[in-house]
Design a protein around this ligand. Structure first.
Ligand code: UGA
Length: 436
């Protein structure tokens, strides 16, 4: 099938490359000429494991191309996916201006029937708005509209796309269903969940809100475990064995971040408010998570006796999670800012997110960025692990011992083994562990 994807950001690019991998002919469009230029050279503008290799494979197979010309790409295709950003507006609602800009151009340039599919996360009801808009701009062409939300995660995007738990398609006519079933037939028809458009749009927000609430739940359980001397790892494992609960997304940490959960939670709260519906569980998860990030910085301060003025803290991890360079709503960034405000000297390390963090933290003078985490640790008073890069879980403690004057580790991702750390002579603080 000939597919055009508008927007070569995270979702658009990964989807485009994976759709080409499963046999479709894809054109990825973006208005940023520089991005398209790089993609044509085989360079990936985001950090995502294995994406570069897969891009090469589909370019060699001549199944993908890149363009800044929306008109040409629209004229040549049967199906258009919209995968542009839907950033947070001032009031927390999703800003749909990029989506509607794309829709206007699709309407303007289409000469024959097109199926327009939204992959961007859009508020329930957007499909209806799109239909109205295309009809108004170009009443002579038949437009089909569908929703196909994406569930891939940064850092494991290809795996998630190629191994979907389900593929949600929101449609309102048989032809759209038939086309979408053909596009995704590779994964097996039984994976496809068909609904109306508004339900599909809402499924995405519900899934992200549920997962964010699940993480918040286990983080609050960790707080209780700490007070009672109970073991949150065991607790999470045991409740997760109940199939009704499930063991995934029960990893405790410094709170969820990223470009999706925080934004989508605000957007669904906004939708609920507009419709006079109380989503108090989601609201509580949001508030608890916001508070948690600041509390994590306080933990570091407590470990150092209540005052970090002039103390050197090695902050391992800046990205909102491992395997990404993304620092949006990252708990690590909140922690860095809090510690710097309190007078600490921060030696920060990340495997991919240093460049982004430099910009975000440029107003602070007492932070230094290190490419090698052993250099960041040198002579520090405390090591804080803030991001779940798996490499931090394999730290050579004997080597670390030679480098630090003080032997304190605050592990906010529970990556290390308590016994090993303590046997190596460190004082170990972790989530759900003993309180300071
Ligand atoms: C999330 C969803 O998981 C995807 O299904 C969805 O497609 C995506 O948002 C989106 O809407 O585009 P993502 O933001 O890439 O994906 O990252 P996650 O792996 O979900 O992690 C989100 C945050 O939760 C991170 O800060 C992570 O460290 C934290 N987390 C995750 C935990 O603290 N504990 C866990 O057990 C899992």
């Amino acid at each position: 099938m000939k597919i055009t994807i508008i927007g070569s950001g995270y979702v658009g690019l990964v989807s485009g490359i994976c759709l080409a991998k499963i046999g479709h002919e894809v054109v990825c469009v973006d208005k940023l000429a520089d991005k398209i230029f790089k993609l044509e050279l085989g360079e990936i503008p985001i950090f995502e494991p294995n994406l570069k290799e897969l891009l090469k494979e589909v370019v060699d197979a001549k199944r993908i191309s890149f363009s800044t010309s929306l008109q040409e790409a629209i004229e040549a295709c049967d199906v258009v996916f919209i995968a542009v950003g839907t950033p947070q507006g001032e009031d927390g609602s999703a800003d749909l201006s990029y989506v509607f800009d794309a829709v206007k151009q699709i309407a303007q340039f289409s000469k024959n029937r097109k199926l327009i599919i939204t992959k961007s996360t859009v508020p329930a009801g957007t499909g209806f708005e799109i239909k109205k808009l295309v009809k108004k701009i170009n009443p002579n062409v038949e437009f089909l509209v569908a929703s196909n939300p994406e569930f891939l995660r940064e850092g494991s995007a290809i795996y998630d796309f190629m191994n979907p738990d389900r593929i949600v398609i929101g449609i309102e006519d048989e032809k759209s269903e038939e086309i979408l079933r053909e596009i995704y037939g590779y994964f097996g028809q039984e994976k496809i969940v068909v609904s109306d458009i508004i339900t599909a749009e809402l499924i995405k927000y519900a899934a992200n809100s549920f997962l964010a609430s699940k993480i918040t739940f286990i983080n609050e359980m960790a707080n209780l475990c700490e007070k009672l001397g109970a073991d949150v790892k065991k607790l999470a494992f045991a409740i997760g064995l109940d199939e009704r609960i499930g063991g995934k997304f029960l990893n405790v940490g410094p709170g969820f971040g990223g470009s999706c959960f925080p934004k989508d939670i605000l957007a669904i709260l906004n939708i609920a408010k507009e419709n006079g519906v109380d989503l108090s569980v989601i609201e509580a998860a949001k508030n608890s998570n916001d508070k948690r990030k600041v509390e994590m910085a306080q933990r570091a301060i407590d470990v150092l006796g209540g005052n970090v003025e002039g103390k050197k803290i090695a902050l391992l991890g800046l990205a909102f999670k491992g395997n990404t360079d993304d620092i949006r709503y990252s708990p690590a960034i909140v922690i860095a800012k809090e510690l710097l405000k309190k007078g600490a000297i921060v030696n920060a390390h990340d495997f991919e997110a240093i460049e982004n963090s430099r910009l975000e933290l440029e107003g602070f003078s007492n932070i230094t960025f290190f490419e090698d985490y052993l250099q960041a640790i040198l002579e520090c008073d405390l090591i804080v692990i803030a991001t779940e890069w798996k490499e931090y879980g394999k730290i050579d403690l004997e080597e670390v011992k030679k480098l630090t004057k003080s032997r304190k580790i605050l592990d906010l991702r529970n990556l290390l083994d308590e016994k090993k750390v303590e046997n190596a002579g460190f004082e170990y603080f972790y989530i759900g562990g003993k309180l300071v």
